[in-house]
Design a protein around this ligand. Structure first.
Ligand code: NI
Length: 130
């Protein structure tokens, strides 16, 4: 498993990007609409620092709305790149992780497969297929 990014939930990508620029982060690309997750996404990078994914809700049906309503702007998942997402999901399920999403193509990653797993003692983890 290779670390890929930290997901940060926000109501306003532009405002949060502005705040991260204080820490030296730069926006990598235009904000992208992901119709499968029903969110807007933008990536930020800073040399020597973990990649940051800003995730904002599109409407009331966006899955991260609960997270934001509860916590405001907040880092809420770590993403790991894996060689075989199916095998990793099997492995993590045996280690008491719960698969809380389908394994679906990610628009922001050239339709590579992604999924989310949750474990009470680890929090929310995203897997991204190589
Ligand atoms: Ni992510």
């Amino acid at each position: 498993m290779r670390f890929h990014h930290i997901g940060v939930a926000t109501n306003n990508i532009a405002l949060t990007a502005q705040q991260y620029s204080i820490f030296g982060y730069e926006i990598l690309s235009e904000t992208i609409f992901d119709p499968i997750q029903n969110v807007h996404i933008a990536f930020m990078e800073k040399e020597g620092s973990p990649r940051v994914e800003l995730v904002a809700p599109v409407n009331e049906n966006s899955p991260i709305l609960n997270t934001i309503n509860k916590n405001g702007t907040i880092p809420y998942h770590f993403c790991y790149e894996v060689d075989n997402i199916i095998e990793e999901v099997k492995k993590l399920k045996k280690l008491k992780f719960i698969l809380i999403s389908k394994i679906v193509p990610a628009v922001v990653f050239e339709n590579r497969l992604v999924c989310f797993l949750y474990n009470r003692d680890a929090g929310l983890i995203e897997l991204l297929n190589k």
